[in-house]
Ligand binder design. Structure first.
Ligand SMILES: Cc1cc2nc3c(=O)[nH]c(=O)nc-3n(C[C@H](O)[C@H](O)[C@H](O)COP(=O)(O)OP(=O)(O)OC[C@H]3O[C@@H](n4cnc5c(N)ncnc54)[C@H](O)[C@@H]3O)c2cc1C
Length: 287
């Protein structure tokens, strides 16, 4: 199918984007990499009167370190996340997740801001943002505010970014020398959306775990941290016994959605398998 007719506008500044959105009277949407918007137009899932291209807005670009945080502009393409040395050093979990997002052609155009605002529950980056305890910088005509990742993903395809607001950047606390992380997912074919995915970040000193963060994707309407599992890991020795207890805790933490393709019991089983693999990998790396 072809997309319905629309007007195309390019916003050179944040102020221009807000003005164009206001002028659109609720019938305008922002365009970043277009890899979720354009298919949705072609499938006629939405029919905006105006597409506002936000790619040229300077504040949305660039990756830099600022006061112990890594600032990643919302227009950063998935491929840049994959290749950037600052991301690899300061947010290795994000770099590990990037190859799992779609295929190279999509990673060349898709942006991290568009991905987070689209908030697909099977997307990799939202779960990574939870595990990294990142903050989302959102701009509105009244000014900028920061929203913690745990409050950003509100529901299925719904975020704390209100209509007309723009996600400007993400701010990620930089990894310390004892930070260890792992990411993986299980999908039917490489590059497909995941049936289950998991991001783990811990601090490991003398084999003991501190500040454990475990986030799953594809377990419900939004990505999820698993507090019971994290409580088991906190201040425990990273060992086969701890890993088994952490896997067991998932039964109380997760209540996967009903889905005929991946029934809840199967998804919970896959979650346990994946967590075991990732923690086992961190244990082996440590030995
Ligand atoms: C075949 C295919 C396979 C894919 N596989 C995966 C996958 O495995 N994992 C995965 O995570 N994703 C996958 N994607 C989605 C891909 O990552 C998209 O690029 C991404 O979800 C959206 O990013 P975008 O820059 O293309 O945003 P767009 O499509 O331009 O925008 C997406 C939404 O976010 C809004 N938006 C965009 N940027 C901003 C901003 N800065 N502030 C406010 N609102 C904004 C737009 O208005 C729109 O509603 C796939 C896409 C395709 C086509």
């Amino acid at each position: 199918m072809k997309a319905p007719a629309f007007t195309f506008e390019r916003a050179p500044t944040l102020g221009d984007a807000f003005d164009l959105f206001e002028a659109g009277g609720g019938e305008a949407i922002y365009l970043a990499g277009g890899h979720s918007v354009v298919p949705s137009l072609a499938l006629r899932l939405q029919a905006p009167e105006t597409l506002i291209d936000i790619a040229a807005i300077p504040e949305l670009s660039g990756i830099r370190e600022e006061a112990g945080m890594l600032r990643i502009g919302a227009m950063t393409r998935h491929a840049e996340i994959l290749a950037d040395p600052l991301v690899a050093t300061h947010a290795p979990l994000l770099a590990m997740a990037a190859p799992h997002v779609a295929h190279p052609a999509i990673r060349n155009r898709g942006t991290i801001g568009g991905n987070l605002c689209h908030a697909d529950p099977a997307s990799e980056f939202p779960a990574v943002m939870l595990a990294l305890e990142a903050e989302m910088e959102i701009a509105a005509p009244e000014g900028h505010r920061r929203v913690p990742a745990r409050d950003f993903f509100v529901d299925l395809y719904e975020t704390a970014c209100a209509p007309g607001e723009i996600l400007v950047a993400l701010h990620v606390p930089v990894a310390g020398p004892a930070t260890r992380c792992a990411f993986d997912e299980i999908s039917r074919r490489r590059g497909d959306y995941a049936m289950i995915g998991c991001a783990v970040q811990i601090t490991l000193e003398a084999g003991r775990i501190a500040d454990p963060r475990v986030a799953f994707l594809s377990v419900g309407a939004t990505p999820r941290r698993v507090p019971g599992c994290e409580a088991v890991l906190h201040d425990a020795l990273l060992s086969a016994a701890t890993i088994a207890k952490a896997q067991d805790a998932l039964g109380a933490d997760l209540d996967p959605m009903d889905d005929p393709n991946v029934p809840p019991a199967m998804r919970l089983h896959l979650a346990r398998v994946l967590l075991g693999r990732l923690l086992g990998q961190l244990e082996n790396d440590h030995v």
